[in-house]
Ligand binder design. Sequence first.
Ligand code: SAM
Ligand code: DTB
Ligand code: SF4
Length: 328
Amino acid sequence: MQRNDWTRQEIEALYQQPFMDLLFEAQRLHRQNFKKNTIQVSTLLSIKTGKCPEDCKYCSQSARYDSKLEAEKRIAVEKVIREAIEAKESGSSRFCMGAAWRNPHERDMPYVLEMVREVKALGMETCMTLGMLNASQAERLKDAGLDYYNHNLDTSREYYSNIISTRTFDDRLDTLDHVRNAGLKVCSGGIVGLGESQQDRIGLLYELATLPVHPESVPINMLVPIEGTPLANVEKLDVIEWIRTIATARILMPTSYIRLSAGRESLSDSDQALAFMAGANSIFSGEKLLTTPNAGQGKDQALFAKLGLEAEKPKVSVRETAVDAMAG
Ligand code: SAM
Ligand code: DTB
Ligand code: SF4
């Protein structure tokens, strides 16, 4: 059962309670709603990198900052499929494709639709993050077999304009509406460590937990500071605040997957164990996120073995395809 009428006061009280009580309640709800010791694993691939017209102050891909990132045009669909096969073989159940666009242009649609069809045919769950979508684009992605669309609120409504000026908080809510109305699953979360206050983290959680339907997937990123961006030297957030954000998200949205997302590279094994205790049950695997390094597969396998965790099996039915045969 979902509650969408949370008040900020209630969320603040949950967030600020003694840490052990917060973790205990989050883990209790986690076990009520999910298979214990099981983590959903996704793999990310950047299908178009850099030269983005938006001005998100945290991002290596914005054309406005000198982040020294090498831009790359749209990569070939065949290359995406090879990467997806590799991800599947290494135990990933979802393949998430991201593009540094404000929004996909109409001329990009045949490209992304073909990609969705082919990745889906491998028996993987599909996810895309391409910027803003209109209703028709969301519907066509759904028809092609897309499962999830990622579009983050990023931070609280109040702090938002300190971070992004080229699209509004309401633009983001409109895209989430189109995604939901098209019947796609929603992946939406945010970033902590942007220099925001605790009230802003509570504000972000409030916005997510009071959406008409909770996002099925909630990534909680920790800023990966990028040289050349305005947030390059922002003070690092205490990990306990990140974990409080995750645990509160778990309590507010008990049936959503909560993803320990960007920034995991900088966490120790014991920090990650705490995040899983707090109800995080999804990660990105692989050496790279979109443009920044991530804990590689070897490290994650060792961590899973140490903690007795296992990767969740894909939920989509596996279709025997020629590509499957190639992979095997
Ligand atoms: N361009 C698309 C958009 O912004 O909607 C999709 C890709 S964008 C990179 C997806 C999300 O990644 C952002 O909304 C942000 O939450 C997260 N992100 C980007 N750069 C980050 C960084 N340096 N540290 C942590 N999270 C980051
Ligand atoms: C999300 O919330 N985190 C992922 C995914 N959605 C697309 C992206 C993280 C990007 C981290 C910075 C980078 O690698 O460029
Ligand atoms: Fe562009 Fe997305 Fe980066 Fe913002 S977060 S600059 S929209 S790639």
